[in-house]
Design a protein around this ligand. Structure first.
Ligand code: GLN
Length: 279
């Protein structure tokens, strides 16, 4: 079937799903299947594809119309201008998380930071994005999920980094030193709200989303033992849900704190430190 015709099928399968951009997604799927870049797909719309490829493509579109996330279908996504592998069973990077990278970059530019711990690294996007630009900083990524650890490893290898390590740990259970900066985007959704989220999220690992009854369980654990793992005047950076700032400020009553909003003007990243916060 011709590429043009195959793209039209995307309208048929994907048009009534509010979270898709059918032509764009269809082009990405085809470019993955043909191993060509997007501009090739756009400039070869009359090319006839084999029945085998056409059928594979139509199968993928059907899965996609059931809500199967595009990042899992393609096995990769783009974050902060770089390509990252995304394995099924690992949380898919969110655009909002780029604010965390920007916030940490600002802290790095104004303070002497020699090492960073990321709690719950998932695909590893945050540490790896920062490690590419900060070769003199050591990054330790931890996660409780073996799938996340293997996904982070794959991305470290793909980006060819020697300043990022990853190991298994349940929050601090296997952490044995202090860090100048600790970052986490832990599971923070209230348990009762998870079932109300869009269909796509049901394909993602619930352990990466479920923050317990009040959504705060992991923030509490991270903050409780923080003094033991954070250097003097070090920084804690947390990605949070839009309505969690006040609750988390209460947990951080012994620290100075400040909050950065995302592009939709929602509270998104908290910075805490016993020293000065100048961001
Ligand atoms: N921001 C994610 C979402 O709304 C949640 C990620 C998390 O729990 N840390 O899907």
């Amino acid at each position: 079937m011709e590429i043009k015709k195959l793209l039209e099928k995307a309208i048929y399968y994907l048009n009534d799903s509010e979270y898709t951009n059918p032509y764009y997604e269809a082009r990405l799927i085809l470019s993955g299947l043909l191993d060509k870049d997007l501009s090739y797909i756009i400039s070869h719309e009359d090319e006839n594809l084999s029945e085998n490829i056409s059928n594979k493509y139509l199968d993928i579109l059907k899965k996609r119309s059931d809500g199967w996330p595009l990042a899992y279908i393609l096995g990769e996504t783009e974050f902060y201008g770089n390509k990252f592998y995304v394995d099924e069973g690992v949380l898919i990077p969110r655009r909002d998380t780029e604010i965390s990278v920007e916030t940490i970059s600002k802290i790095i530019s104004k303070n002497k930071i020699k090492n960073i711990l990321e709690i719950g690294s998932g695909t590893g996007i945050v540490s790896i994005s920062l490690a590419k630009e900060n070769e003199d900083i050591e990054f330790d990524c931890i996660d409780i999920s073996d799938k996340a650890i293997s996904n982070t490893k794959k991305n470290i290898k793909f980006h060819n980094l020697s300043n990022v390590r990853v190991f298994k740990s349940d929050i601090y259970s296997n952490v044995c030193k202090k860090y100048d900066l600790i970052y986490s985007n832990p599971p923070y959704i209230k348990r009762e709200e998870i079932s109300k989220l869009q269909k796509e999220i049901s394909y993602e690992p619930i352990t990466a989303l479920d923050g317990g009854v009040d959504g705060l369980i992991f923030y509490r654990r991270i903050i409780k033992d923080l003094d033991e793992y954070l250097s003097k005047n070090g920084f804690l950076v947390l990605e949070i849900g839009y309505d969690q700032k006040e609750d988390i400020y209460q947990l951080l009553s012994n620290y100075n704190h400040s909050c950065i909003k995302d592009l939709s003007s929602l509270d998104r990243v908290i910075i805490a430190s016993k020293g000065e916060i100048d961001v």
